[in-house]
Design a protein around this ligand. Structure first.
Ligand code: AP5
Ligand code: MG
Ligand code: ZN
Length: 218
């Protein structure tokens, strides 16, 4: 077997705070965030074929086909920054992806831990409707819960803050539906493997971050 790596799989509904926490953990854990949603959005922005394909699914809140997504993650894990492992944000997202991911990481000791960031549905809607992201660096804000210093402007690089296209109310409802139907079964899947760790996602951002760092011992 190759050298052991650390693979953290962040589970949680849309808007639970996976992206926010992954970015906060990157430095502490010395691991890169791998967000399939961010990779699709990057491709969309650059008008690649992958971006065009992904858009047709993302616009309705459906999942992009597994073959495409799994291949994309396989490629991403070959990058040198993933040589010690990764913080997975938004992948795996159904049982097919979870079994494929198990095979990908088996040579490195498998999935290390699966923090499940629990948040209730009304809070999901509040978080998603108030979310703003930086056009240039992807930093995540919330108009009430995590506002930038100057409205509409990124603290880090002065980039413009915009709303995601899939954060419209109808799409959010379908994303939640898809989450319960396809992603929530992963809670049982990882529980059965002894990897699930529940984290209270209803706390303020810093408290969720502290709980995750304590769990991961970073
Ligand atoms: P993706 O980009 O993964 O979206 P998602 O899962 O719906 O999750 P979000 O990014 O909306 O939420 P988050 O948990 O990251 O929350 P955030 O930290 O931003 O996927 C988008 C689409 O891409 C999918 O619908 C699908 O089409 C496609 N896709 C992606 N991965 C795929 C895959 N594996 N297979 C197939 N298709 C795939 O926080 C939300 C807001 O809340 C922010 O404003 C933040 O500031 C605020 N906030 C966060 N934490 C707190 C807190 N503790 N207290 C108060 N506010 C908080
Ligand atoms: Mg996200
Ligand atoms: Zn920025």
């Amino acid at each position: 077997m190759a050298e052991k790596r650390m693979f953290i799989v962040l589970l949680g509904a849309p808007g639970a705070g996976k992206g926010t926490q992954a970015k906060l953990l990157e430095e502490a854990a010395q691991l890169p965030q791998i967000s399939t949603g961010d990779i699709f959005r990057f491709n969309l922005k650059n008008q690649t074929e992958l971006g065009k394909l992904a858009k047709s699914y993302m616009d309705t809140g459906a999942l992009v086909p597994d073959e495409v997504t799994i291949r994309m993650v396989e490629d991403r894990l070959q990058q040198p920054d993933a040589a010690r492992g990764a913080i997975m944000d938004g992948f795996p997202r159904n049982l097919v992806q979870a079994t494929a991911f198990d095979l990908m990481v088996a040579p490195y000791g498998g999935v290390t831990v699966v923090p499940m960031i629990g948040v209730d549905d009304e809070e999901v809607i509040r978080r998603i409707t108030g979310r703003r992201s930086c056009k240039s660096c992807g930093a995540i804000y919330h108009v009430l819960y995590n506002p930038p210093k100057v409205a509409g402007v990124c603290d880090k690089d002065g980039g413009e803050l915009t709303q995601r296209d899939d954060d419209r109310e109808e799409t959010v409802r379908n994303r939640l539906f898809v989450y319960y139907k396809q992603t929530a079964p992963l809670i049982g899947y990882y529980y059965a493997k002894g990897l699930l760790a529940e984290v209270d996602g209803m706390q303020p951002i810093e408290d969720v971050a502290a709980a995750l760092k304590a769990l991961l011992k970073v």
